[in-house]
Design a protein around this ligand. Structure first.
Ligand code: KIV
Length: 278
């Protein structure tokens, strides 16, 4: 078992991710900009331009208001920044639920305008027909089940899913349905470890966990959450850095130096160019 991709010199594709089922864990993060994409690229198999960018970067309370144009703009930036990782772009709320053909039109726009390699959409059995329609027409789809943030208004909050017997069975059926429909991988968000293990064993495509335990075939986190930049994070997030504190103290020091006129120092200024001596 190797942790290196088979062909590191080319960009990974959706089939490459599917082929990792049962091998070493798939590593992924969200990314919304070119420079964080470039930093994550050597370490991640895929980068997700998640619609969480609406909350993380644009100050929305939920992902519901995020427009397609915003996803396309951030998707382009991430594709420019990452050279090796597959880039997956989220389809935002309202851009795919109406019908398979509406989903195709919008997903095709995402692929053509960002040059990403796949899209992600939320939903299980009720989205299976749409997933099949997109895949049959050349659009790789990552599914997302469990806690699906775009359904926050029907779920009633960001709550763990799949705890009751009925929900456990329903989510297992959702996972089978999206896999049968041709999804190349499925995100499992905020579900019990036992359910994640059951689903991972039951389907032939990789499961990507976020709050779904190490039983999954891979993991994803929102980059700003694991870096310590987000003011509030869910229980399932481990902070691998405290970048927020670093930023605050750097800005405080900058403000102090500006006020005391110790910045800019001579090293940060330009000298006049004198005419050559005659
Ligand atoms: O939008 C997002 O960031 C996501 C991940 C949490 C999987 O969908």
């Amino acid at each position: 078992m190797s942790s290196q991709p088979a062909t590191p010199s080319r960009r990974l594709t959706a089939p490459d991710i599917t082929a990792r089922k049962g091998l070493d864990p798939i590593v992924s993060l969200t990314s919304y900009h070119a420079h964080t994409a470039a930093l994550a690229d050597p370490h991640c198999d895929f980068l997700l331009v998640g619609d969480s960018l609406g909350m993380v970067m644009h100050g929305y309370e939920t992902t519901v208001p995020v427009p397609l144009e915003l996803m396309i703009m951030h998707g382009r930036a991430v594709v420019r920044g990452a050279k090796r990782a597959l880039v997956v772009v989220d389809m935002p709320f309202g851009s795919y639920e109406e019908s398979p053909s509406v989903a195709f039109r919008n997903a095709a726009r995402v692929l053509k305008e960002t040059d990403c390699g796949a899209v992600k959409l939320e939903g299980g059995r009720h989205m299976a027909e749409t997933i099949r329609y997109l895949v049959d027409r050349g659009i790789p789809v990552m599914a997302h089940i469990g806690l699906t943030p775009q359904s926050i208004n029907t779920l009633g909050g960001f709550k763990v899913q799949g705890r009751s017997d009925a929900q456990f069975a329903a989510l297992e059926a959702d996972a089978r349905a999206v896999s049968d429909a041709g999804a190349f991988a499925v995100v499992l968000e905020a579900i019990p470890a036992e359910l994640a293990g059951t689903i991972t064993a039951a389907i032939p495509i990789p499961t990507i966990g976020i709050g779904a335990s190490a039983a999954c075939d891979g993991q994803i986190l929102v980059m700003e959450d694991m870096l310590g930049l987000s003011p509030r994070v869910p229980k399932f997030v481990k902070k691998f850095g405290e970048i927020g504190n670093l930023i605050s103290s750097a800005i405080e020091e900058y403000a102090t130096e500006v006020k005391s006129r110790s910045f800019p120092a001579e090293a940060h200024t330009y000298a006049r160019q004198l005419p050559p001596k005659k």
